[in-house]
Design a protein around this ligand. Structure first.
Ligand code: B12
Length: 443
């Protein structure tokens, strides 16, 4: 049986003006070029589980409008997409079903809205794919696919994680590859649409498995740059230290997502540097206290971290690890002054890299339900606006137009060639200074 694993891999912003801005600003282009070329780790993982008598192929569809008919012929296809491109995924699924190919849909969006997805699929997978995928394959073989495979509650043990089928990739097309070291997050931020929606419990992949994946990648690509497809890597500190010690021996450079607490532990920071950490992405969300209030629903954790932000950035960057600070515009409690506040914080803190996004009500999140119940969604089911750059809600203390304009202007100021150069120079200047000071210090 021939199975096609198809990743919808396009989309930056729905709004043409924003897309143009994204394509012309230097700081923006750098990050966009990097991340736009990541493969779907979810599909590669499932492809890695297929028994040998299945013929498997991986392909990406960045823009369905550019594809006439079908992108490839298969007995069955497994299609993965996030919300922003889900309507294209549904259209592709419809085309395949019309041609007699069986269609399986899964992923974050489909898990949030399985009934919507079921209108376009022979089978829908809800939750983590691994616990139910062997059954899906068995049922495909016997021609008795069930409409729904629900993995919620299965709580997949990452000690059983399969090796992703990296060999299916045309490696030359990518500038990074992803490896996942953990799923879930201890925090419950109301806007979060990442893996806590599939796997609420924080869990880690055994160190040996992570290293095995990196080694497999290195067989295909001797000096890769690895992006950990994690939500919050260093929560379990003793595990993190073991992972970092093992990574140090692999001599790879890598990027990951974590929270601000990482900067509290000197030993951890030293290990991160020695293990090849190039950059960490941290969701600061806002430099203003009212905006952080209530964002994290379990312990109001985010609101309690604001005082640590500047120090955390300095402590990480002083070890040569750049920080990519993320800020959300349009949060409740913020008004038109918030754009300047972000700009000021970025300048004062010396952040090397910055990412701004618009508050986005993704389906399946508490934020979505809240905005819906408050009548603040601009359009229902407008999933194509789930890009993190398009506005689809009524902000609390500014108009939609103010948010859109403020976001565009802030992007222009943050990502101009001049601002980007200044941030880089400041980081490298300080690093050189510290290296000189360390070299001249003789105890
Ligand atoms: C790497 C990444 C990318 C890569 C790779 C995307 C890809 N094709 O997989 C790139 C850079 C291309 C990308 C693009 C975008 N991304 Co992105 N990305 C991530 C990131 C960092 C990791 C995702 C990952 O690899 N997870 C690990 C894998 C193993 O998990 P998984 O994909 O969920 O797969 C599991 C299950 O979902 C399931 N499964 C998945 N697909 C399928 C399919 C079938 C058939 C089955 C059975 C099961 C199944 O099985 C898998 C194993 O359990 C997350 C943030 C995060 N930290 O998680 C954001 C994230 C997924 N991205 C997000 C967004 C918004 C985008 C963009 C819209 C950005 C933009 N403006 O262009 C685009 C959308 C692309 C699209 N086609 O819709 C949001 C999505 C939220 C949502 N619900 O839609 C996230 C959560 C980030 C956030 N800030 O909220 N992204």
């Amino acid at each position: 049986m021939k199975i096609g694993f198809i990743a919808m891999s396009g989309v930056r912003a729905h709004n043409a003006e924003l897309t143009k801005l994204g394509l012309t600003l230097p700081g923006f282009v750098d990050r966009n070029k990097i991340i736009a070329s990541l493969p779907s780790l979810g599909l590669l993982t499932l492809a890695g589980m297929a028994p040998e008598d299945f013929e498997v192929r991986y392909l990406e569809v960045p823009d369905l409008a550019a594809v006439r008919g079908l992108p490839g012929e298969f007995d069955a296809v497994a299609i993965s997409s996030f919300s922003a491109q889900i309507k294209e995924a549904y259209e592709l699924a419809d085309r395949y079903r019309a041609a007699g190919t069986r269609v399986v849909l899964g992923g974050l969006h489909v898990s949030a809205l399985p009934q919507e997805a079921a209108r376009h699929a022979d089978a829908v997978v809800v939750g983590e794919g691994e616990p139910v995928w062997p059954q899906v394959l068995a049922d495909l073989r016997t021609g008795r696919l069930r409409p729904l495979y629900d993995a919620r509650g299965a709580d997949f043990d990452l000690a059983c994680a399969p090796m992703p089928a990296f060999h299916l990739l045309d490696i030359a097309r990518y500038n990074r590859l992803t490896v996942q070291t953990q799923r879930g997050c201890p925090w419950r931020c109301d806007f979060c649409a990442a893996s806590i929606r599939l796997s609420p419990r924080y869990k880690v992949k055994p160190v040996e498995k992570v290293i095995a994946e990196i080694r497999r990648i290195r067989e295909l690509w001797p000096r890769p740059f690895v992006e950990f497809a994690d939500d919050n890597t260093f929560v379990n500190q003793s595990h993190s230290k073991r992972l970092l010690r093992a990574l140090a021996a692999e001599r790879v450079r890598w990027f990951t997502e974590t929270d601000v607490s990482v900067a509290e532990d000197d030993e951890l920071l030293g290990l991160m540097r020695d293990a090849g950490c190039a950059q960490v992405l941290i969701g600061f969300e806002s430099p203003s206290a009212p905006a952080l209030q209530g964002l994290e629903e379990r312990k109001n954790w985010k609101a309690k971290q604001l005082d640590r932000y500047a120090r955390a950035i300095t402590r990480l960057q002083d070890r040569g690890i750049t920080v990519n600070g993320c800020f959300i515009l349009g949060l409740d409690g913020t008004d038109a002054a918030s754009f300047d506040e972000v700009l000021q914080f970025v300048r004062d803190s010396g952040l090397y890299e910055v990412q701004i996004t618009v508050l986005t009500p993704f389906p399946g999140t508490p934020l979505y339900r809240r905005l819906q119940s408050e009548g603040r969604l601009l359009r229902e089911n407008a999933w194509e606006l789930c890009t993190l750059f398009d506005v689809n809600f009524r902000p609390e203390r500014m108009s939609v137009a103010e948010l859109e304009r403020g976001f565009r202007d802030l992007a222009a100021r943050l990502y101009s060639a001049e601002s980007t150069r200044r941030r880089r120079e400041r980081f490298f200047g300080r690093l050189r200074q510290r290296e000189r000071a360390a070299a001249s210090y003789s105890p």
